[in-house]
Design a protein around this ligand. Structure first.
Ligand code: GLU
Length: 306
């Protein structure tokens, strides 16, 4: 068995990278290179409405500009999610065979309402919507006559524990967290399914990414195990926040395209490395120079204010 470290950079080309994305990618790259790993650049361009090839090109160019490289992946189309539907279909059918998939016709408003606290006298909140309780014939009738449904995973009443490399034990009861969407009403596969299938099929055994995705790790770990794979090691990192809260792609001024006008790549890497506690002072540095200095010990757990 190949036990070599395989990591991935997995941007969504729905906009330009911001500093929070760059920090996550720098740490993922350093963790991989410090352990002699192989790095993949996977474009998460599943959503045809929100993602664009020009953003994918700009992201790859920004990563190279910063000094990050990869061994496989973009621009080879086989590593972009939009070309991997056959693999998602296959996994979806495996889950279906196991009775873990059901169609859901709830509107977005109904899903949100179901998540609100019930008023006295109302039925207590069931994280599983009524579509999960339909009989086979009710379901068949609706499939034949109604609008296309979304498809959800029927999660088990089971606690899945992930030992995060930076945040420690993170456990969640999947059924209590709620059934989640595997495939949208427009037929596009959802993030949780695609990312799990890709990590499994690409042999990714280390996932390094922002803390906002820590709560997805138990679902992904469960999906991968259910599909017969071994979940990767997960290691999440703090988010970069400004005074207004989480940095977002909508804040154009912080996009890498704008940062490239303000900083040389070594200056930006130095800033990120300093914020992440990898170097004690903000000095220009290349990612390669940081490899021998990298350790998770000094990376904060609380979010980083900039
Ligand atoms: N494509 C996701 C994003 O850009 C990251 C997915 C992941 O790392 O699991 O937010």
């Amino acid at each position: 068995m190949d036990t070599r470290y395989v990591g991935r950079l997995a941007p969504s080309p729905s906009g330009y990278l911001h500093m929070g994305n760059l920090l996550a990618m720098l740490l993922a790259w350093l963790d991989c290179r410090a352990q002699g790993g192989r790095m993949i650049l996977r474009m998460e361009d599943l959503d045809p409405v929100r993602t664009r090839p020009e953003f994918a090109r700009a992201i790859a160019d920004d990563l190279r500009w910063l000094g990050l490289d990869w061994d496989e992946g973009y621009p080879d189309p086989a590593w972009s999610q939009s070309n991997r539907t056959a693999l998602y279909d296959e996994a979806f059918h495996v889950l279906e065979e196991k009775g873990l998939v059901y169609p859901c016709w709830c509107s977005r408003a109904q899903r949100l309402a179901a998540a609100n606290a019930p008023h006295p006298g109302e039925q207590t909140y069931d994280p599983r919507c009524r579509c999960a309780h339909m009989t086979a014939s009710e379901r068949a009738a609706r499939l034949a006559t109604d609008r296309p449904p979304a498809w959800k995973a029927r999660t088990p009443d089971e606690i899945v524990t992930v030992l995060d490399g930076h945040y420690g034990v993170f456990a969640e009861n999947l059924a209590q967290a709620g059934d989640f969407i595997l495939r949208r009403t427009d037929g596009v596969y959802a993030y949780q399914l695609a990312v799990s299938v890709d990590d499994m099929r690409m042999g990714v055994n280390h996932v390094i990414r922002g803390r906002d995705l820590l709560s997805s790790a138990p679902r992904q770990s469960w999906l991968i195990q259910t599909l017969g794979g071994t979940p990767p090691a997960y290691c999440h990192l703090p988010l970069l926040n400004d005074a207004d809260g989480k940095l977002s792609k909508r804040m154009g001024s912080q996009s890498t395209q704008a940062l490239r006008d303000l900083y040389a790549p070594e200056e930006l890497v130095g800033k990120l490395a300093y914020l992440a506690g990898i170097i004690p002072e903000e000095v220009p540095v290349t990612p390669t120079e940081l490899v021998p200095l990298f350790s998770w010990n000094n990376v904060p757990r609380e979010d980083i204010l900039i």
